[in-house]
Design a protein around this ligand. Structure first.
Ligand SMILES: Cc1cc2nc3c(=O)[nH]c(=O)nc-3n(C[C@H](O)[C@H](O)[C@H](O)COP(=O)(O)OP(=O)(O)OC[C@H]3O[C@@H](n4cnc5c(N)ncnc54)[C@H](O)[C@@H]3O)c2cc1C
Ligand SMILES: NC(=O)c1ccc[n+]([C@@H]2O[C@H](COP(=O)([O-])OP(=O)(O)OC[C@H]3O[C@@H](n4cnc5c(N)ncnc54)[C@H](O)[C@@H]3O)[C@@H](O)[C@H]2O)c1
Length: 444
């Protein structure tokens, strides 16, 4: 039987493993993961901390037992410390000190990402928290129950930081949100959108500290304050959410790497060494919005890349169709979704880019209930007319709408083709002149 070894069994690894076990019965699958749990949905962390869900049970969708029932060998709490890419052998050590030398015919690396730690004094103080694993969330919740934690400082106003700022505020904590950029969510939206989110955060009592760089964390055993280049903030707990870096420790000396250290992979998820695949947060993606290799750490990319690698590793050629970094966030019922690149990012990348903006209510004025304003921006290249990105914001659930733009970017559709796209009208749902059409018609 062909031997397939998978290193890492979280979202990317789990997708690859289930695809193999469900579709290819003639493979011998061996799985190593250093954690004691798998498939933890990090996105549930803020809901759990903010008491919007009362238990973490629903935040797992797979387990060691499920893999074993499907015939795999699973070693949890087992760290892979070396791979001999020549001899095709994986070396690992279990929590009990047991060592493993596992030969492979095909190797899938799904070693994910690691939280970026700011290089400042005081990160080792008690109550300074990273938030990536189930254990991190559990520890935060236990501390919130045990000790008097009043002031929480969240460093990083990206997706994790904004979601956790809301979560701590929901349970009555005084929250300060710090970011070294001039706004929140700057990696995903233009200012016209992030200012709406900032107003939303402030209106709920979050103190915003943008364009500030944390220089040290102070305290005596436990953290007591955060010092930035401009201010000082009292802190009984500090949460660090300043981004992830790819975890490419195992193959960095043998496999070709992207500029940020992620494993460079082709459209089959294959690395620079044949029969070695990399998926999820440790690997690059093909970004359709810029038609180039990129790094976008999202569970959605992790899952799709896992499926693609599994089929290729089992001999079924399958090409990734690329991604456009579609994402969404919902903070006190303000929903924002985006795909592709923002106008600011497009210009920084040298595109002759423009934005077609529109704002309107979802339904005709004669509908007096559940009729919210929707703000939309379509970013396009003035030269090629191709859609580069889109952003939407509303209290209305616009999550389905962004998928249309995701597909448009994937298929390299021009904004002119969008102008007359067939979009139905029914007053219960939308307007005859809906905001997609009206925005596209604004294009210069
Ligand atoms: C708080 C939070 C909220 C998030 N919310 C969202 C969201 O709403 N939507 C979204 O799309 N994405 C979200 N993400 C991002 C998403 O969680 C990641 O993109 C996803 O986890 C990537 O999956 P992965 O399997 O590639 O990597 P990881 O989840 O990092 O898993 C890597 C696995 O490999 C194992 N491993 C690593 N090295 C070794 C080794 N040497 N030996 C053995 N095992 C090893 C680790 O134990 C781990 O289980 C969120 C992330 C966080 C932290
Ligand atoms: N809803 C979602 O789709 C969702 C939710 C959570 C996480 N995620 C993903 O998980 C990954 C990690 O999320 P994240 O929020 O950690 O990363 P992020 O990249 O979304 O945000 C990091 C933030 O930290 C800021 N920052 C960086 N260095 C800093 C410093 N030294 N001081 C202060 N601020 C600093 C950045 O400006 C940025 O705003 C991302 O890929 C994100 O897309 C997605």
């Amino acid at each position: 039987m062909e031997r397939i070894v998978v290193i890492g069994a979280n979202h990317a690894g789990t997708a690859a493993i289930n695809t193999i076990l469900d579709n290819y019965k003639d493979k011998e699958v061996t799985i190593f993961d250093s954690n004691n749990n798998i498939s933890f949905l990090g996105c549930g962390m803020a809901l759990w901390i903010g008491n919007q869900i009362t238990s973490p049970d629903g935040l797992f969708y797979c387990s060691k037992e499920i893999f074993e029932q499907k015939g795999a060998k699973v070693y949890l709490e087992t760290i892979v410390y070396h791979v001999d890419f020549e001899k095709k052998v994986v070396f690992a050590t279990g929590k009990d000190g047991q060592s493993y030398q596992q030969p492979y015919d095909k190797l899938i690396i799904a070693s994910g990402s690691l939280p970026i730690s700011p290089n400042i004094e005081g990160t080792d103080l008690a109550n300074v928290q990273f938030v990536k694993l189930y254990q991190n969330a559990k520890e935060v919740i236990e501390k919130l129950h045990q000790s008097m934690i009043r002031n929480v400082v969240v460093v990083g106003a990206g997706y994790i930081g904004v979601e956790l700022a809301e979560a701590f505020n929901r349970i009555g904590k005084k929250v300060t949100l710090i970011d070294n950029m001039s706004t929140c969510l700057s990696g995903y939206y233009d200012r016209e959108f992030t200012d709406i989110m900032s107003k939303n955060l402030e209106s709920h009592g979050i103190k915003l500290a943008y364009e500030e760089t944390v220089t040290s964390l102070k305290g005596n055993g436990k953290v007591e304050k955060v010092v930035t280049d401009k201010n000082e903030y009292a802190a009984d707990m500090v949460v660090l959410g300043i981004g992830f870096k790819p975890n490419s420790q195992l193959g960095k000396d043998n496999l070709k790497l992207f500029k940020n250290g992620a494993y460079l992979v082709d459209r089959h998820q294959q690395t620079s060494i044949p029969d070695v695949y990399a998926i999820g947060d440790c690997a690059t993606v093909f970004d359709n919005s810029i038609q180039a290799t990129n790094y976008i750490a999202l569970a959605t990319n992790a899952v799709r890349s896992g499926i693609v690698a599994a089929h290729n590793a089992c001999g079924t050629p399958l090409e990734s169709i690329g991604v456009q970094g579609s994402n969404g966030i919902c903070i006190w019922n303000l929903k924002m979704v985006s795909t592709g690149i923002s106008l600011e990012k497009a210009k920084k990348l040298g595109y002759d880019a423009a934005a077609a903006d529109y704002e309107d209510t979802q339904k005709p004025a004669f509908i007096q209930h559940d009729n919210y304003k929707v703000k939309i921006r379509i970013v396009y290249d003035k030269k090629t007319r191709i859609v580069l990105g889109a952003q939407m914001c509303s209290e209305y659930d616009i999550s389905m709408a962004i998928h249309m733009f995701s597909l448009a970017i994937q298929e390299q559709v021009t904004i002119d083709r969008l102008k007359l796209t067939d979009i139905f009208f029914l007053p219960h749902f939308n307007k005859p002149y809906n905001y997609f059409t009206m925005a596209a018609l604004q294009a210069e």
